[in-house]
Every structure is written in structure tokens, then in C-alpha cells.
Write a protein that binds this ligand. Sequence first.
Ligand SMILES: C[S@@+](CC[C@H](N)C(=O)[O-])C[C@H]1O[C@@H](n2cnc3c(N)ncnc32)[C@H](O)[C@@H]1O
Length: 423
Amino acid sequence: MAKKKKHYDWTDGPATLEAHSLTKHDVLVGYLIRYFEQRTLNARGRDRFRITLVDGFCGGGLYTVAGSNEEALGSPLRMLSAVEEASVRINRHRTKPLDLDVQYVFIDKDARAIEHLTKVLQDRGYGAKLGRSIHLMREDFTVAAPAVIGLVQRHTPQAQCALFFLDQYGYTDVPAPLIRQIFSQLRNSEIVLTFHVQAFAKYTNDDFTDKIATALDIDIRGALGGRSIEELKSDDADWRRFIQAALYQGLVDNCGADFFTPFFIRGTGSGHGEYWLVHLSQHHRAQDVMKQVHWEHHNHFVHYGGAGLDMLATHTMGFRQKFTGGFRFDDVASHQSATALREQLAQNIFARAAPVHIGELFASTCNRSPATAGMYNSVLADLVGERDIVITSADGKRRKSARYMRDTDVIERSRQANLILVR
Ligand SMILES: C[S@@+](CC[C@H](N)C(=O)[O-])C[C@H]1O[C@@H](n2cnc3c(N)ncnc32)[C@H](O)[C@@H]1O
């Protein structure tokens, strides 16, 4: 009888992959395509856009999906085809073609994975690119990181532009100081990090929780209503809320990223969120692109927190509230966001001593909200319509429609709003 293969074993052909991992790939592809579309939007005169895509835990390139005999491509091949698709899309209406000059770095510590990936790439016509625009490294990611940073710096000496997909199997393979180093040495870098919830559950215990609570100065015990971690682990929703509430802040503070999104990916069907997918970046526009992907692929995401600003504050996480199924980036969630944002953005604007640019309003609050910049703008348009605020463009035009709003537009409270507040 044939021996049952372990997960991620490429000794004898493709490894086995759980179906929910495919969702991660769909999100990665969705993000890459949107990323290229947005980064090249205002690049009319340019003929080249350079970036390095790093897959730090790349695997062997090909899988058989568990429970079926279907073949699935691994993340390196999904990245390559996402760039090909993005290139077609962005060049569709351009008279002067724009070249996506992408350098790929694929790393895995398992020799069999790299061997298998090499063969898969050769079989699929990428052989000539190996060692040129595609670099394969059989190495632990933390050990390979300095060399990877060097490759990025050589490919984009000025822009230092890279996207790291760090799809570790567990939770501990990407230390926060390494993330800090990447951000400090590569100023235009972004990181997509996954945490496997089950692996995390194994690692966490009450001692660990107490340490986090002390370090973050959060009353996690109070927020958990006195329940132990063991009790939480038996409840999917509470467990995920704990991970989000307790850890996002520590991770983000320790990583040196200015912007982030911390939501769960769930597989097709009714999953609760098998992975925590954290996107870390240094620009609010990058954060916005990832949020757009969350809403676009709404079947794939779930958030165990609030709808408006303060989405991860303990009082919105509902540890003691009845669980309603989570925030699912669907129409219901969109409506909740619009309602919550309308009030909270108005309060935020009114509380300011001076007018604020749209870009600044978004940048200073977007980490606390699941809403995209587009959603902010439609709420702002409503507030303009209600005469609560006035928005003026850099050249002095009044803005009414969300569609034309720009980061550089200035928001002020209107006189009527003042009267309402005084009353
Ligand atoms: C979850 S799989 C990732 C698969 C790949 N991202 C995909 O979706 O096709 C994790 C991979 O990371 C590799 N790995 C585990 N620890 C590693 C480390 N510290 N450095 C580099 N690779 C590692 C494993 O050998 C395995 O192939």
C-alpha cells in the first residue's frame, strides 16, 4: 500500500494542500493585481515599474488538493501568473507599454521543496529566468534575509521596493526584529504575514497571555471575563478574537510598520478563519489596497471586532457579548461600517482644532477601521450633503461627490454644523 504523504512533502511529486490554503493564494493574487494597477495608475510617461517579490516560505510549487485529485499551483507560480495578468491589464489601454520588471526571490529551507520547485519552473517555461530574474534559495528565511535585502537594493537602489509574502506554517518563524530590519532597510516594502491559528493555539497558554497583557498594558484577563486560555481555545470565535485583540498591537508596535490590516482568512464554506493574515506596510495607500481586496473577496475574510473606528478596541470585540457570526465584509458589514463611520468621522473632524486633508484623516484613523478610502469618501460626501462639513480641492473647488475626492482636499466643519453642535 502506498505510504501516506505528510503535508508539504515533495519527496515524491506534489505535496498535499488543504483546500483552505487555496484561499490564501487567491488573496495574494488579488492583492498583487490591484497593487500593480494602483501603483501604475499615474505612471503615464513611465515605461518600467520595478519591484522584488519575495516568497520567504515558498514550498515546492505544486500540490494535490486534499480530498480530491486536483492539482493546485503553489504561491511562486501564482505570483508569476498574477504579474503576467497585471501586465496585460495595465497595458490594455496604454499607447506606450509599461514593463513590469519584477525580480522574484523564492526561499525554502527544505531541499526537496526547492528541488521540486526548480523542476516545476523549468517544466512551465521559466527555466531561462532562473538565476536571472528568478532567484531560488534553499535556506532558512531568517538566515537568507540579509542576502534578500541586498538583492532588493540592487534591483531598486532608489525605490527599495519589495513585497514579502511570509507564509510560515506556524507562528514563530518570522521574528519581529527581522520585520523591523526589513522596514528600516527597504523603505518601500510591504509584508504579508500568515499565522496558522491551530499552530498558534498550541503555543499560547495562560503564562504567555499574562506576559502579553503586561507588555501591552491591556487588561486581557478582564476583557476575557475571567476565562482561561484553555476555555477560550474551545470556542473558535472567542479564540480568534483573543488573537486579534491581544496580539495585533504588540506585533504592530514591535514591527515598526505604520499601517496594517489584521483579519482572518477563512476557507470556502463556513470556516471561522484558519489563518490570521496580517498586512504590514509603510503607506496608507498600501493598507487601502489590501482592504479593497478584503471587501472584494468578502467570502474569504472575517473580522471579530467592530465596524467603525476602534474596530479592535476591547469593548467592540464582544468577549462578553453574544457572538453574532463576525464581521464578514459583506453588504451587512458595509452598511454597519457606513453607519458607524458617519458618526465617528464627524466627531473626529469636529474635534480637530484645524481643517484636515482627506489623506491625513484616512492615514490617522485607517488602522482602526475595516473601511476603505472609498468608503470614507462616500461617508464624507454624505456629510457634505448634510451640510455638516465642507470639502475644498487644492485649487479651491468645492467637492460634493466621493468620486472626485483626493488626498489633498481639505475638510472643514461647516457653519451649520457649528450651530448644531452649540445647540
Ligand atoms: C505553508 S508552506 C508554504 C507554501 C507556499 N507558500 C505555498 O503556498 O505554496 C511552508 C513552507 O515553508 C518551509 N519552511 C518552514 N520553515 C521555514 C523557514 N524557517 N525558512 C524557510 N522555509 C521554511 C517549509 O519547508 C514549507 O515548504
